[in-house]
Design a protein around this ligand. Structure first.
Ligand SMILES: Cc1ncc(COP(=O)(O)O)c(C=O)c1O
Length: 481
């Protein structure tokens, strides 16, 4: 057993600072002295920790000392065989998972409501998706998880697939039966990959949905910077003993920086220590905050802050009660409208709003005072802004018509046309609202009137549309066939 009290990167950095090493290496700000304005803004402590890799501090691409040790301690904390420090966001961890298990032309079974990073990996590596359409809750208009039966069917129809990919949980907090899906995947010689961008706390709190590595996943991408408290862009890639440590490191090194940030790495190290030592209390508190808010918001009426009552043993197998997802359409407002009003009128920034729901992120850093501010603001919004909901769009997920693999479409012969004239064509790029970053259209999918109506509606309501080369989303790249 390794000691979870340790934080080897942090300790090495402290020693490095104490040794007063004279820097004739990068970064050129040289402990902040070369950039006083930035140092004033970020603080000298921060700038002196922004150093380069060296023998005492190890090297992220080929760790042999303190980073290696920190990774081993992290692996033990998460119940994994290996943990890799990732400083290019969970995007890099998701991409590494996919690139590690499926090469060009090989199949990977995944729900269509994956984050763009998963489909980006298919563009990079050329693997081919076999989409399992997620369940949909019609009232809420949200995509759910995958049912075991749907995964089983996809496996039967594609016995040559290399892996099954699961969101654990979705952005809204919905979980599939990951344990059964892992068993099915393994029984058919496939890997199980878990995107746990929103599930770090599953590893540390009590009464949580099952964490990927505990359910038998072979690889899991964990956004420590979301619920884990580390700095933005820092994540873990976890692996079981079914994959080769050295090969995974090589895959990560295909894309990850050679200048790993010690700010990010020390934040991972310190945050892992914090969660390993205090995670149970921390997440019990987060759960109680979210439960309190859910109950108060449901008492307002009109809103629906949903939870485990929707669990059905299928596509809504389990729910992460730390997620405060609230359905807003019954007060006649799209989630994104409530999101905008909260920020512009009440000074409250929430995580996201889609066309029917909002998600407020409740975490380790919340203050009780703020919980009541959000509840009060939602109460006001209902009183002041609610309207008749007639005519509001009531779906959030459209099953895609896939014509080509993402890589074939992205690198195919393409041309730009006005988006309004694109129905019937094959998209060569993404269109999505960010957040949540789940593609409405991905490269290789047919554009339909229904999709265009959805994009127009989301844009009119104020969703932040992204993905196309044209930043104004007036034009779209289609395949020029
Ligand atoms: C489900 C999911 N996977 C992966 C990512 C990518 O994470 P990052 O922004 O850290 O690259 C996100 C980001 O929000 C996400 O929601």
């Amino acid at each position: 057993m390794l000691s979870q009290d340790r934080a080897p990167i942090y300790e090495a950095l402290k020693q490095y600072k104490a040794n007063r090493i004279v820097p004739f290496d990068v970064p050129g700000h040289k402990m902040g002295r070369g950039n006083p304005e930035l140092t004033e803004f970020l603080g000298a402590e921060c700038m002196t920790a922004d150093v380069n890799s060296s023998k005492p501090l190890d090297n992220l691409c080929h760790p042999v000392s303190v980073i290696k040790e920190a990774e081993q301690i992290a692996a033990e904390a998460f119940g994994a065989r290996n943990a890799f420090f990732i400083v290019n966001g969970t995007t890099a961890a998701v991409q590494a998972m996919v690139l590690a298990v499926a090469k060009r032309g090989e199949k990977i079974i995944m729900p269509r409501n994956v984050h763009r990073s998963a489909i980006n990996a298919l563009i990079l590596g050329g693997a081919v998706p076999v989409y399992v359409n997620p369940g949909v809750n019609k009232e809420l208009g949200i995509p759910l998880g995958m049912t075991v039966e749907d995964v089983e069917r996809a496996i039967k129809e594609n016995p040559d697939a290399k892996a099954v990919f699961v969101n654990n949980p979705t952005y809204y907090g919905v979980c599939s039966d990951i344990k059964k899906i892992a068993e099915l995947a393994h029984a058919n010689g496939m890997y199980l990959l878990a995107d746990e961008a929103h599930g770090t706390h599953f590893y540390f709190g009590d009464n949580m949905p099952l964490a990927g590595m505990h359910a038998g996943a072979d690889l899991a991408a964990v956004s420590m910077h979301k619920s884990g408290g580390s700095l933005t862009q820092s994540s873990f890639l976890l692996t079981a003993d079914t994959v080769s440590e050295g090969y995974i490191r090589q895959i990560i090194n295909l894309m990850q920086t050679t200048s790993g940030s010690y700010l990010l790495m020390s934040s991972l190290d310190i945050s892992r220590r914090n969660l390993a030592l205090r995670g149970k209390e921390i997440f019990a508190k987060v759960q109680s905050y979210a439960e309190y808010m859910r109950s108060e918001i449901n008492d307002i009426g009109g809103y629906y802050a949903f939870s485990k009552e929707l669990c059905d043993g299928g596509a809504f197998y389990d729910f992460d009660i730390t997620k405060l997802s609230v359905h807003t359409r019954d007060i006649g407002l799209a989630g994104i409208e409530v999101y905008d009003i909260l920020r512009d009128r009440y000074g409250i920034q929430i995580e996201f709003g889609d066309i029917g729901n909002i998600l407020a992120y409740v975490s380790i850093g919340d203050r009780e005072l703020y919980l009541d501010r959000l509840i009060g603001a939602l109460n006001d919004i209902k009183r002041i802004y609610s309207k008749d909901k007639t005519g509001m769009l009531d779906h959030e997920y459209i099953n895609p018509i896939v014509r080509l693999s993402p890589q074939q479409a992205f690198y195919g012969k393409r041309k730009s046309i006005p988006i309004g004239e694109s129905a019937g064509k094959i998209s060569a790029e993404f269109v999505m609202c960010y957040p949540p970053g789940i593609p409405i259209l991905a490269p290789g999918e047919q554009i339909t009137e229904e999709i265009l109506a959805y994009i127009r509606y989301a844009g009119d309501k104020g969703c932040f549309l992204t993905g196309t080369q044209d930043l104004e989303i007036k034009n779209i790249m289609i395949l020029d066939v």
